[in-house]
Design a protein around this ligand. Structure first.
Ligand SMILES: *Cc1c(COP(=O)(O)O)cnc(C)c1O
Length: 219
C-alpha cells in the first residue's frame, strides 16, 4: 500500500467541507508517520490506551479523535489530549467526560453516537435517548456537543446503507432545528468508512473515518 497516494486520492474525492479522519487503530507508528508526512493531521483511534501511547511518541500537532466505544474509567486518560470524542453513547459517559474536563479545566468536544444499523452489535443511542441527553447537556459545562456520529450496517446492500445514513441525517436536521443549550451545536455529522464513505457524503456527512482504504486490511 502506498499510504501517501491513497490519502491523496481519497482527498481528491472529498468535498472541501468534508473532514478526513484517518483511522489508525492497530497500525504501527511508522505507518502513521507516513500519513503525517502526506500532510495528514487528524487521526482516529478506538482504544484509549492506544491513543495515549501513540500521542506520547508522535508529533504533537496531531489531532487525536476517539472513535470507538469508550469506557467511563478510561475517559481520564484521554481527556488532556483528545480533540474530539465521536462515540458518546450514554449520559453516564457524557457526565464522566464533563467531570474529567472540569478537573483539567478543558472543555471537551463530543459527538453523540446514534444506533442506526440493523445490526445489534453496534453501539449507539436511540433517538429517545438522544433527546434525553440533549436535555441534560445544559448542566455539563465542560462538554461541547458538536454533532452526531453513526455507523451503517456492514452489508453490500448499498440501498440499505443509504437509508441508514439518510435516517441519521434526518435526525441531525431535526435536532438542528430545535432550541438547544449553548454547549450544543449541530455542526458535524460523522458518518462513512472505507466501504461506504461515498454514500455517506451524498447523504450529508461532514466527517469520514477511513482506515483500510489507506493502510490496507488490518491484521
Ligand atoms: C475501524 C473504524 C473505522 C474505519 O474502518 P475502515 O473500514 O477501516 O475504513 C471507522 N469508524 C469506526 C468507529 C471504526 O471503529
Amino acid at each position: 500500500m502506498n499510504i501517501k497516494n491513497n490519502i491523496t486520492n481519497i482527498r481528491l474525492t472529498l468535498p472541501d467541507d468534508v473532514e478526513l479522519v484517518v483511522v489508525s487503530k492497530t497500525q504501527p507508528n511508522d505507518k502513521l508517520l507516513e500519513a503525517y508526512h502526506a500532510g495528514q493531521r487528524v487521526f482516529g483511534e478506538n482504544k484509549a490506551q492506544e491513543l495515549v501511547s501513540k500521542h506520547e511518541v508522535l508529533p504533537k500537532d496531531i489531532q487525536w479523535h476517539m472513535i470507538g466505544h469508550l469506557q467511563t474509567n478510561k475517559v481520564k486518560y484521554i481527556a488532556p489530549i483528545v480533540t474530539l470524542i465521536h462515540s458518546i453513547d450514554s449520559y453516564k459517559l457524557l457526565k464522566e467526560v464533563d467531570k474529567q474536563g472540569k478537573k483539567i479545566g478543558r472543555q471537551l468536544h463530543c459527538l453523540l453516537q446514534l444506533h442506526i444499523a440493523t445490526e445489534e452489535t453496534k453501539f449507539g443511542l436511540s433517538e429517545a435517548e438522544l433527546m434525553e441527553i440533549l436535555e441534560g447537556a445544559e448542566n455539563l459545562h465542560y462538554v461541547a456537543i458538536e454533532g452526531l456520529m453513526g455507523m451503517a450496517t456492514f452489508t453490500d446492500n448499498q440501498a440499505h446503507v443509504r437509508k441508514e445514513f439518510a435516517s441519521l441525517k434526518k435526525i441531525f436536521e431535526k435536532v438542528k432545528a430545535m432550541k438547544l443549550p449553548n454547549n450544543v451545536q449541530m455542526k458535524e455529522l460523522s458518518m462513512g468508512m472505507s466501504s461506504d464513505y461515498q454514500i455517506a457524503i451524498e447523504e450529508g456527512s461532514t466527517m469520514v473515518r477511513i482506515g483500510s482504504s489507506i493502510f490496507g486490511e488490518r491484521q
